[in-house]
Write a protein that binds this ligand. Sequence first.
Ligand SMILES: [Fe+2]
Ligand SMILES: [Fe+2]
Length: 483
Amino acid sequence: MFDATNVSYDTQIPNNVGLSGDRRVLKALERWHPGYIDWWKNLGPEGFQEHMVYLRTAVSVDPKGWARFDYVKMPEYRWGILLAPQVEGRTIPFGQHYGEPVWQEVPGEYRAMLRRLIVIQGDTEPASVEQQRHLGATAPSLYDLRNLFQVNVEEGRHLWAMVYLLHKYFGADGREEADGLLQRQSGSAEAPRMLGAFNEATPDWLSFFMFTFFTDRDGKMQLESLAQSGFDPLSRTCRFMLTEEAHHMFVGETGVGRTIQRTCEAMVQAGIEDPYDIDRIRALGVIDLPTIQKKLNLHFSLSLDLFGAEVSTNAANAFNAGIKGRYQETKIDDDHKLTNATYPVAEFKDGRIEIVDMPALSAINMRLRDDYVRDAAGGVKRWNAIIAKTGMAFEMKLPHEAFNRKIGTFAPANVTPAGEVLNADAWNAGRDTWLPSASDGEFIASLMKPETEPGKYAGWIASPKIGIDNKPGDFEYVKLHES
Ligand SMILES: [Fe+2]
Ligand SMILES: [Fe+2]
């Protein structure tokens, strides 16, 4: 009997799923492994493959002590397969099978749907690593460099998590899909990643922080709703992934927060009160608040597109089937079947934004998106507290949900961040005041100079309050001069 809490290292792949007793899956994963390492070396972090990085590795699924910190070369990181412990007597918490025992095997009728959801989730994991692969060259500190790599190796582990499910439960077509996850590539013309935001460039560190704040948070919401799944192995996988995901959003929130803080402090020091005195502020070597707001607008709108169409038959079917639930499903006080329930849905019709009541079943995406917006708003509030503390008169805001959308009801609409509907010409004329312009990008790029001395930070970003794993300020998170 294997121990589901502690990780077994008796195979090449650390795991708590009893892999050594499952020859077929072990073999399949060992065959997949070299391709993964090739992918990591070719499309993973560029230029730091031989350096020692102070990383956490998941060694258990015990919430009190699941990770261990140590120096490791990234290609030697122990990517493992870890599922949260099985909950005794768990039942399907929603949909037409509500109250029935959860499935330990894939129900035949939902096989295609499940495989599709696992592949879409799996596709996002390596995609972000690819998007972020050039950032190491311009890290504002060794602390930030290490955090980038921590996020990267964990996205790598999330890929493993999805690949395990494909190999274990989906036979030959699962193997094929697992191979496909290493064949598509972010931004590629021939074989792009499956979702739009995962084919966008991450050109600078402010983008990286916005991405981990907004896009990883979409990941969190997707994982939360899959963690409710009646397919128990998927639920357990996603539950454990969520423990790691929290750090990714920490990196994003504190990264943007430290950028904001440094800007405000520099303005105070220079006696600049007007946040729109952009040339003078930029001359201080910091990113002006209006430009940070533009980056926020861009990443928020890209992330909203990840939730799909507001009204969706696929989402209704997945809910009905008991495959993908709502955020915190078990805490919601209703019938968990949504037989007669309605939900208010935004709609763009005749040039106007309206809210209409729709069957709650078909509005599952909209509801998850609303939960996401609430979750993201909490972080924006904390950013504004940083600004307010310095006495600056400026507030970061989430743009209107109809702003800059490519998917769903708002795709054809031209809406400002304040929610005003414009014609295409007027919108295009305003574009550069709402979204980062080419010259904004050039300015930010000009600040992206690496700072590699332990304990030092680039001039555009404040130092963090505490070190990773409580390390002192001058801790050498990445050893650049020895390997
Ligand atoms: Fe992930
Ligand atoms: Fe993540």
